[in-house]
Design a protein around this ligand. Structure first.
Ligand code: UD1
Length: 390
């Protein structure tokens, strides 16, 4: 049998960090339900390794345990990216996959894409085409480069195709399928953990989430907000001001927690109505988002989740790669502009804030659409290769 006619290997699905898991879970399910697709192998790069950042999310999302864990751990961007590449290459040599599927924009996404592409293994990028136009964000570099080399670009919103066309990417590679992260949200929404249970499990005072005044939910972990004392100090001062109006619940990312300690900022939060929690599982986080009166965040995914849930979101960044959450959803971009944040918070507390509408194809079926498309695409590719070989 010629090299080209080897039986197709599996679909290698890559995850590395927390925001990948909720995107990959529905994809794995849909791939496994699709008879015409080869089997899946789930590779975890080990970029995130803490229990709270990993196992609990896998269990909540019913994501099968990874078949392989490359255990790369933390490092500088170069070191982490290089280590993922070094350890992923022999996996592809051994498995000879039919294709590699990557999601999102973390370092593991780009690292595995580079390896797959150079081996001419078909590469699918799920959540392609989002752009913040801000190269100070490491994720922007990961998005730009992954999209350049992917064979299949599955997008969550129509504007993504405009971004990709501007970068010279052939429209034939681009497929608007909707948002797999919203597949996870809709599948698990009914099972969200009530906030009072989440706080009680952490021995925190749960009256904060049961009182009629309601509460706000916070997440903050972008280097631009938490890596310098100036930025983090500003962000914490804003949170304290907001907490004077509405109590806050904040599951703290390890990067942020480490910097609060390092800069000696813990005392800034003392006395504020802010409950600090460890990073939470998916169902706990969902429970906090569903029940919050407002959300303050610098996350990418949470901007979309709040839009899907119709909960007002204030994004503490200067820009977003997810503009549809502003134009159609419940999101406002507020940076670290104290006056703007407080004006928005007051408005939300008074009126309930933006209601928004749920964007096109954020309907819980994106992964099924991707599986169906991939099945057709891989079959067409296989028969083209066969013809060429005969
Ligand atoms: C990464 C992603 C970011 C994503 C975020 C979600 C990149 C460039 N960034 O950022 O897009 O929004 O994940 O969480 O890929 N750490 C732990 N335990 C862990 C993982 C990290 O303590 O399990 C600490 C380490 O001190 C590490 C730091 O967090 O140095 C940063 O981790 P890293 O994976 O480099 O980036 P994140 O900030 O998590």
């Amino acid at each position: 049998m010629g090299e080209m006619l080897r039986p197709a290997g599996p679909i290698v699905c890559v995850v590395g960090a927390r925001p990948n898991y909720m995107k990959m879970a529905p994809l794995i399910r849909a791939f496994r339900e699709c008879r015409g697709l080869p089997g899946t192998v789930l590779v975890h790069t080990g970029q995130h390794y803490d229990l709270a950042m990993n196992e609990r999310l896998f269990a909540d999302l019913e994501l099968p345990a990874p078949d392989l864990n490359l255990e790369v751990g933390s490092g500088t961007h170069a070191a982490q990216t290089a280590e993922v590449m070094r350890r992923f290459e022999p996996v592809l040599d051994e498995l000879r996959p039919a294709c590699v599927v990557v999601v999102g924009d973390v370092n593991s996404t780009l690292a595995c894409s580079l390896v797959a592409s150079k081996k001419r293994t078909p590469l699918a990028h799920v959540e392609a085409g989002l752009r913040s136009f801000d190269r100070d964000m490491p994720e922007e570099i990961n998005r730009l480069l992954t999209d350049q080399i992917a064979d299949l670009l599955y997008t969550t919103e129509r504007d993504a195709a405009v971004n990709l066309a501007r970068e010279g990417i052939d429209a034939a590679r681009v497929h608007f399928v909707g948002n797999v992260m919203i597949d996870s949200l809709l599948a698990h929404r009914q099972r969200a953990t009530p906030p009072e249970r989440t706080l009680a499990k952490s021995n925190a005072d749960s009256s904060i989430v049961t009182s009629a005044a309601g509460f706000g939910a916070v997440t903050l972990h972008r280097p631009s907000n938490v890596d310098s004392p100036d930025a983090l100090g500003e962000a914490l001062a804003i949170l304290c001001d907001v907490a004077a109006r509405v109590p806050l619940v904040w599951p703290v990312h390890p990067r942020t927690r480490a910097n609060i300690e390092r800069f000696g900022f813990a005392s800034m939060l003392a006395g504020a109505r802010i409950v600090l929690l460890e990073p939470q599982g998916y169902l706990e986080m969902l429970g906090l988002l569903v029940n919050a009166r407002l959300v303050l965040t610098d996350s990418g995914g949470i901007q979309e989740e709040t839009t899907a849930l119709s909960v007002p979101c204030l994004t503490m960044r200067e820009n977003t790669e997810r503009p549809i959450t502003v134009s159609q959803g419940t999101n406002d971009i507020v940076g670290r502009d104290r006056g703007r944040v407080l004006a928005c918070v007051d408005e939300i507390l008074r009126t309930g804030g933006k209601r928004g509408r749920v964007p096109e194809l954020w309907d819980g079926k994106a992964a099924t659409r991707i599986a169906a498309h991939l099945e057709t695409w891989l079959a067409a590719r296989a028969s083209a290769l066969e013809q060429r070989a005969s």
